[in-house]
Design a binder for this molecule. Sequence first.
Ligand SMILES: Cc1cc2nc3c(=O)[nH]c(=O)nc-3n(C[C@H](O)[C@H](O)[C@H](O)COP(=O)(O)O)c2cc1C
Length: 215
Amino acid sequence: MNLNEYLQRLRREYQTAALDEAHLPPDPLQLLQRWLEEAIGAQLPEPTAMALATATPMGFPSVRMMLLKGIEDGALVFFTNYESRKAQELEANPRAAAVFFWAELERQVRVEGRVERLGPEASAAYFYTRPREAQLGAWVSPQSRIIPDRAFLEERFRQLAQEYAQQDIPYPPFWGGYRLVPSAIEFWQGRPYRLHDRIQYRLQNGQWLQERLAP
Ligand SMILES: Cc1cc2nc3c(=O)[nH]c(=O)nc-3n(C[C@H](O)[C@H](O)[C@H](O)COP(=O)(O)O)c2cc1C
């Protein structure tokens, strides 16, 4: 069988769980927290990984994986380089969408909303919780830029490690967090016969509205 034949025939029935309106919290972030806890509890690899989509003001989209580092004050928090491609897109067009997928739990969560920078104090506080090597890595990598070769990174890492051998690594001002403040969150639970459960929460006049969508 060639790959395309395999892709066409690949089928899987989803039957692990269900989404029942009667048992859903009014706040979707609470449900996201619950699902994250279950993904972590199930010992999935990278349970906090999400694909994060941004777009230029012209509407050209781009997407990459990111690690969720917190759910705080109604927002999803992640960290990155403020000069990276995603950061430039977010500065020009502060909207993003994110998707989590936990295959073993047959679950997907989609999040859409506006994005704002986390304050420098909170970003620095998180930076200092990272292992020393990761702190150095943030200084070393001009994220998303073209670099001559791998040696460029390794040489910079070596130099900086030497420079800061006897001292704390300072917080790099070009690195920090973003808050994705959701205006819509959709929970998808796989069900048999492709009749999946989809519950969408939409913010309307400051209230979360709950709606069921066709799969
Ligand atoms: C599982 C996974 C998690 C990642 N987490 C992060 C992250 O938290 N922050 C980050 O800047 N890049 C992370 N990356 C790398 C990004 O996917 C991406 O390569 C990088 O941020 C540059 O993206 P950009 O050029 O669109 O700005 C992760 C990659 C993978 C595969």
